[in-house]
Design a protein around this ligand. Structure first.
Ligand code: AVJ
Ligand code: FE
Length: 446
């Protein structure tokens, strides 16, 4: 029952977790110069993300949800993601780190003050022609909490692109039991399942509404594709063989001169990689990450398989054949713990394939949530009856324009910011994100 989860104490605690994390990626670890610098044209200066987080919170939790007067309407345009492409943010008159910290603190104090008086028990919908309520079930708070964590993951991608001595600490690998799946693939039987969410107070507009999707039977990998498996593709000339690649994929690869996942470097006969300022041998058993959609698609074709569609991914990640019900997570409806999934930046990378057996789906598919975002073959679009909430620019403006859907979250994703219905999207050429994949295929005729 999701209703029970909606408490103001929980909201305040989650807001605090997000802020500690944001500060831990910025003010606590980098000097002013590094915070103001642009580490890659793909990314914002970290101080932009930081003040954007505060400004977003001001706009949605202070002004829109609590009806309070604007604190800094003059800066809205600086921190508007659409007005300012990432590569241009360095040229804006941005707040300095200290100013951003003071601003964020001030917004947060007022938000917590207003939280005491807002009513989260209002109906979700007043009338058929009224917009859905921002406050009902704490929905707008959940969106803002997730927004901060999404930017924290983005800031981690900036850290990965940054040069210089390591600044991020890795908690000792608290990897759970290694119990690899019995088979490399499982058969998902044909039939309908419920895709998307109606009553989840954390769901974004693009996860709604719940609808029935009937799928033919398919096979899906029980673990994400590993570095070792990906190397077999590379060693077999995968990056030199035209027929494994789509036209756009080949064009990207040739234009870029790509020959391996991002951050990999040749070392003797093997490969090393850069990870948050350290150089290390590529671990064979970890899910491959920093591959883009084209690379994932080429590997799948080489392997005689294909990428799963988004619906196939979601069915594998929540359908329980015993009850016919769709769960919130592969393991059930309980919120993730370290036992279930590698989420929340405890490690600075994925867990080796075969870990987190307690996070397996009823059909025995592992590591669907956490570790690496998984590319699907589906172009990001709205579900039937889509209705933008709370604003068109969150999802709707990206529909139908060639963004590919990624599912399941990564090691860098906070547990509140992912579930089996959560949809992420990016351009097919992007690989600075913590992206990997698993394959699917048509079952052999019996
Ligand atoms: C859902 C990760 C694609 O970072 O572009 C952040 C999330 N939206 N601020 C992004 C988002 C507005 C979004 N992704
Ligand atoms: Fe944002």
């Amino acid at each position: 029952n999701h209703e029970q989860d909606v408490s103001k104490e929980r909201i305040a605690a989650e807001l605090d977790h997000g802020r500690r994390r944001s500060n831990g990626l910025t003010l606590d670890v980098l000097d002013e110069e590094e915070l103001l610098a642009q580490h890659s044209p793909l990314m914002s200066p970290l101080v932009w993300d930081l003040a954007h987080i505060g400004n977003y919170e001001e706009q949605w939790l202070l002004r829109a949800a609590a009806g309070r007067e604007a604190l800094r309407p003059d800066i809205d345009h600086l921190y508007d993601a659409f007005e300012n492409p990432r590569a241009e943010r360095i040229g804006l008159p941005l707040m300095r780190p200290r100013e951003a910290r003071d601003y964020n603190d001030r917004v947060r104090r007022e938000v917590l003050d207003a939280l005491d008086t807002v009513d989260l028990t209002v109906p979700a919908q007043r009338g058929p022609d009224e917009p859905p309520s921002l406050l009902a079930a704490g929905r707008v708070y959940h969106l803002v909490i997730q927004h901060e964590h999404q930017h924290d993951e983005t800031m981690l991608a900036t850290h990965q692109l940054r040069r210089g001595a390591p600044v991020l600490l890795e908690e000792l690998a608290d990897v759970t039991a290694l119990r690899p799946p019995a088979d490399p693939e499982v058969l998902v039987p044909a039939g309908p399942f419920t895709m998307g969410a109606d009553d989840d107070p954390w769901a974004y507009d693009n996860e709604r509404s719940a609808h029935t999707v009937d799928l033919p039977a398919y096979l899906i990998d029980t673990a994400p594709v590993t570095n070792a498996a990906y190397r077999a593709f590379m060693d077999d000339g995968g990056y030199r063989t035209r027929r494994w690649w789509s036209r756009e994929g080949w064009e990207w690869k040739e234009g870029r001169g790509a020959f391996a996942p991002a951050f990999w470097e040749r070392e003797g006969q093997g490969w090393s990689r850069r990870r948050f300022g350290r150089r290390e041998v590529v671990p064979p058993d970890e899910p491959v990450q920093h591959v883009n959609f084209h690379e994932a698609q080429a590997y799948a074709k080489w392997a005689g398989k294909r990428l799963p569609t988004e619906a196939e991914w979601e069915k594998a990640a929540r359908f329980d054949p015993a009850t016919g019900r769709s769960r919130r997570y592969p393991w059930g409806d309980d919120e993730p713990t370290a036992r279930h999934a590698n989420l929340g930046q405890h490690r600075l990378g994925p867990s080796p394939a075969g870990h987190h057996p307690d996070g397996a789906s009823p059909l025995g598919v592992q590591q669907l949530i956490g570790d690496v975002w998984e590319w699907t073959s589906t172009t990001f679009d709205g579900y039937p009856g889509f209705r933008a909430f709370p604003y068109r620019d969150y999802s709707e403006v990206f529909f139908g324009s060639g963004y590919k859907v990624l599912r399941g979250g990564s090691w860098a994703t906070h547990p509140t910011a992912v579930r089996s219905t959560f949809r992420n999207w990016d351009l097919p050429i992007r690989r600075q994100i913590f992206s990997g994949f698993r394959c699917a295929r048509h079952p052999e005729p019996a």
